[in-house]
Design a binder for this molecule. Sequence first.
Ligand code: BGP
Length: 478
Amino acid sequence: MKSKFPDNFLWGGATAANQYEGGFEACGRGLSNLDMIPSKEHRFEVASGKLDPYSLKNEYYPSHIGVDGYHHFKEDIKLFAEMGFKVYRFSINWTRIYPNGDDEQPNEEGLRFYDQMIDECLRYDIEPLVTINHFDVPVNIIDKYGSWRNPVCIDLYLRLCKTLFTRYKGKVKYWITFNEINMILHMPYMAAGLFFGPKENVKEVSYSAAHNELVASAKAVLLAHEIDENNKVGCMLAAGNSYPYTCKPEDVMESIKMDRENYMFIDVQARGYYPSYALKKMQREHIDISAFEKDKDILNQGTVDFISFSYYNSMVATADPKLNETIKGNIFASVENPYLESSEWGWQIDPLGLRITLNYLYDRYQKPLFIVENGLGAVDNKEMINGDIIIDDKYRIDYLKSHISAMKDAIELDGVDLIGYTTWGCIDLVSASTGEMKKRYGFIYVDVDDEGKGTFNRYKKESFYWYKEVISSNGKNL
Ligand code: BGP
């Protein structure tokens, strides 16, 4: 029987520069917001813009080391090729190319690093999928201009885009403008370098910074098409639909509102204008949106070619204040769904939720979809059996298998136009939310611990061999 996945389906994996590369001072790289976020107890407060990162001392900063991809990328891409990857999603470190963000000329040494990464992919016929911005903002831009709250960032970001689109013309076709753009409302310092002063209106600053990113994204789409008409540019959403806790209409309304908080950004990037519910909400909250008017045409013209998103779990919405009190802190915390199991980090596992999300997004936008993050963060154990190192991550295989089946259903039964799938952290890397190494996602184990200590040797897990078979059978053998 023929596979349900299209012949040219893009199977692969994804990483982000700050969680993978390390080499934070190599080749003239500057510092970014992500280099200022420590692991352990202060991480959450700094990432959410509540604690001044400069006030801390003697912290460990996991992005400085990552999994040392800076020195291992050739070995890693070779392993991806061995699994049969058709695509590798990675991000560009803004500060490797423009160490201060506002430099007149790009840093040639930094560009040479990405030249090599891209050429290495192409050597194995792996399509590079480049995230232009995976949360990082040069520290100089934060200190000097206040980060994305200042529209000057639009031009500085476009300077980076122009350098990349020109240099990699004909080599890179798929681009993502901003990783999980909706994260700006949840983790403003981590996602956009926003730290708030005591008198600032947090909502107003966040929405206007988000607006600047939306304008930058639309201009980047136009520029990418102008430089090379073959370029395909996507937006990126931290997705996962919410369910009403009960069929009580109030719960249903809460669920709609919860989803809209996230969809509003993609509505702009895919449709070219702010949805009416978002404008009404901002007005109600006395957010001054008069400055948005002048950017109407740009937003309208710079709509994306595809919709990419991350999916880890679904959420639950309720209008019951007592139930809402039970929510435990996490980035996208919601009421617990009693029908689902959870990962060791409390993320609820819901493969059917992926099919639901795919349907929802396709109905809403009617544009090609690309799942660019999905996976299970878990503790893996290394065992020595007959002289071989074995990492039996059956739980990860089960998770991925059930999610790929859901994708298959969405394609076959619902007719969703899904063009690719890159699992998150195809090689182990630092966790964004916790800064830990022990929360692992990879098919490839990296020997490094939460303190950045280890040999950095790479080992294939059982899932490595499983995913290789999935790809070679184009999703038929799960
Ligand atoms: C997304 C980010 C990634 C990634 C992933 C998993 O929000 O785009 O950078 O890390 O979540 O999250 P975590 O690392 O916290 O498990």
